[in-house]
Design a protein around this ligand. Sequence first.
Ligand code: GUN
Length: 293
Amino acid sequence: MENKIIDGKSISSQIKAEVKTETDKLKSEKGITPGLAFILVGENPASKVYVKSKGKACEELGFHSVTETLPENVSEEVLLELISKFNDDEKIHGILTQLPLPAHLNQQRVIESLNYKKDVDGFHPLNAGRMVLGEKCFIPCTPYGIVELLKRSNAETEGKNVVVIGRSNIVGKPVANLLMTTKFNSTVTVCHSKTKNIKDISSRADILIAAIGKANFVTKDFIKEGCVIIDVGINRIEDKTKKNGFRMVGDVDFEDCFDKCGKITPVPGGVGPMTIAMLMKNTLDSAKGLIYE
Ligand code: GUN
């Protein structure tokens, strides 16, 4: 029997190995090294961990990478100047400003200051709009990771009822739009904090994507027998049996849903590692000139 658990760790390793092979080829044949710039503002501990992991992936795959750390109280002007410098740097094919930014900075203005041709996060309105239209663009890394998980675990999307719980700009909205395109042909419903009868809606899902940031929110009474569950949540809950006093869980109650579902992603080791793998893939494709000339 095929494994019920969708192993994001192993699938992401496979993708990174593919990216590494193509990177070696791009370097030897064209003399181009994919380059990625990270901008980290302030002291958010989770952001520091994420940027460190992304930098490590660059090292593993032989990418050129630069990390610029700015103080919490940096002015927007200084941040925009740094982005402008990377926009013009020929060695840099991707720029990633780690979000969230401190509250005094206008996040949308910062995103829109990026050269959309280096927007490997896929957050610039031009890339977001092109994705909705089904045009070539950078696809945001977590939604891209989700569709790769589905593809590589043989979960059909065409004609399937997909329910997305959560409407964030980083996950919910883009993954819903992506699955609606003619590449995936799903019938998509989006639920959010004001949705009535979420259980009735989610119980009709062939594929359920949970991205709300609420620990163990989805239980077996939310799901249809045999459905595919993609859990995007990463929540810290108290656990006195652990040395550090906590453990990470998703938005889905894994144990409760396991027997009833057809396939499920674990937390950790599901969607999380895919986000980094797809960032590497986007940066490689940028360096190759595959997305924009
Ligand atoms: N913060 C949480 N996820 C992401 C991401 O994918 N990209 C950036 N830039 N910031 C994030």
